[in-house]
Every structure is written in structure tokens, then in C-alpha cells.
Design a protein around this ligand. Sequence first.
Ligand SMILES: C[S@@+](CC[C@H](N)C(=O)[O-])C[C@H]1O[C@@H](n2cnc3c(N)ncnc32)[C@H](O)[C@@H]1O
Length: 311
Amino acid sequence: MNNIFWGGKLTIPIKILINTNFFISWLLGKNKNIPAMKHRIRLGYSGTYTNHVNLYDKTGGKHYSHIAEILLNDIEIKGKTILDVGCGTGIVSFLALEKGASNILGIDLSRKMIKSCEKKVIDNNLDSTIIQFKQTDAESPIIKGSSFQVVLSSLMLGFIPNQLKVIQEIKRVLEPGGLVGISTHGPEHYWEACDATFRIIDKKIAIGYRVEFWPRNEIEIKSLFKKCDFKNIKVYRLKWKEQFDSPEKAYDFFAATSSSWWFSKFPTYNRRMKESRRIRAYFKLKGIKRISMDVILAYGEKPIDKKVNYA
Ligand SMILES: C[S@@+](CC[C@H](N)C(=O)[O-])C[C@H]1O[C@@H](n2cnc3c(N)ncnc32)[C@H](O)[C@@H]1O
């Protein structure tokens, strides 16, 4: 059911509207076309539909760094080999380096994101044998073998239709005794911005289109970790409001960090930007400058297999 209906918070009329649309898209079989949905996310985070994502660090860096700090506070990374899944512009990876990780590999679906990480390595004169980035889908086998001591992932899981598969893959690449720490979008994350966007977006164009985003609550995330047999599981939820200087800044933050892939159905760049300006104007009209952040944090440890001694 979670992959059919919008699991996040919205106002009642918008929830009815959006879930009717999602139901239509389910009936049309659109939910099953995972490669197409993934393709749209990849293009969204590559800046293909609009140029909003170019402002990811400028508008979202402060907020996402805050979440990365929270994520890393509860996990020992000094001297460890780290995998950062869905690394984006590398906010978690570079923080892990600062905090003394020995080796870091960041992976992301979007080539543009990987390029921006590689540029930071060069610009900051960092050792590219210690911190590396690679364009890879988190749902495909990431690497051979189990060589990471810590796997981190911040605000990526919500883009994954088969979240269990990704967490199983994270477990597979961990050394026995290795640690996982993820932060993911909770049901109220950005809800005011999503609500305003769904309210204003041209419905003729968006009809039958299932937005490729699956927020989860802490019970669902805990159950995924349990299904993967992690031990010492700890899951908690943090909610707060981000206050922006103006509604336009709140919109620019939302558009950049979520990459605006839902404009993919709009036929031309000019049409997408026109739609974006309409939504931005609505933020201004309604004075939307406080956006909810709702983050689920989850940690676990890969068990060490006890060898049976038959001697
Ligand atoms: C909201 S951004 C978070 C980026 C970064 N972790 C941070 O904290 O700033 C989500 C990222 O997940 C990436 N992503 C989405 N689906 C993915 C997948 N299947 N495999 C790898 N990365 C994915 C996107 O390209 C995007 O860079």
C-alpha cells in the first residue's frame, strides 16, 4: 500500500487529490515502471529538467550539513573505511573525512553530483586515493565483497522504491561487525512545500504520474533493519522547522534539494520554468517561509558469524 499511496503528511484536500492521482497511476501500471522512475530521478539530480539543482549547496548546504552532523554524532567513524550511499554533493563524505575516516567512497545515481564531489576533491587539494566517488545505483551490487567498516546514507532512501533491497545491499558490503547509519525522510518532511506544489502544479500535465518518492516512519525503518538481521538497532525521529528569510528562499531551497524532477512531464524547459515561477509566486502569496524537517535516524551493526567448531 505504501508504494501506491502518498505516505507523507498533506492537507486533507491535497491528500485526496494526490492519492486519487496515485491510484490512477497504479491502475495504469506506472508504479511498476521502476527504471523510468529512476531515470527521472537521475535526470532530476543531473539538472536536466530545471537548473534548480545547481543551487543544491548554496541553498541547502547548511541544512543538509546539520543533518549530516546529527547522523555522524551517533556513529564512530575515526580510522574507518566508509561508504556514503547517495552522496549527492558529498556533504556526508567530506564531513566523515574531517572527522578522521581513513577511506571514503561516495556513490550516487547522478553523474552531475559525482562530478561536483570530484571537483571539491581537486579544489581542496584532497588525496583522491583516500576519498573517491563513483556513479552507481544503490539498488545494484555496489562493490564485490564486504569491505566497509561503516556505511552511511543521508536522505537518499526516500527515493528508493525497493528500500529493503538497498538495506540488504548495505549489509552485504559491510564487514562483519560493521556499522550502518542512515538518515531518511519522515512523513512530515517538507510537507508544506509539497502541499503548495501539489496544489498549484498544472494537474492536466501531472495526471497519471506517480511521484517517485516514498517517505517512511520510524516503525517502517526499524522493521526494514530487523528484516536484514542487524543487531543493536537504534531508530529515532527528529522534527523541527527551518525558518527562511523569505518565501522565495524557502522555495529555492525546496526546488534545489529535491531537484524538481516532477517537472519531467512538462514538455519544454521554458514550460517547466514557467511552472516553477508559478509555484514560487504561490509560496510568496501564502508567505510560506517555514518548512518542516522530519528525519528518521537509524543505526545497526552487522552481526559477526560465529563459526561452528565441529572438532
Ligand atoms: C536529497 S539528496 C541527498 C544527498 C546527500 N546524501 C546529502 O546529504 O546532501 C538525494 C541523493 O540521492 C541520490 N539518489 C537517488 N536515488 C539513488 C539511487 N538509486 N542510487 C544512488 N543514489 C541515488 C540522488 O541522486 C541525490 O544525489
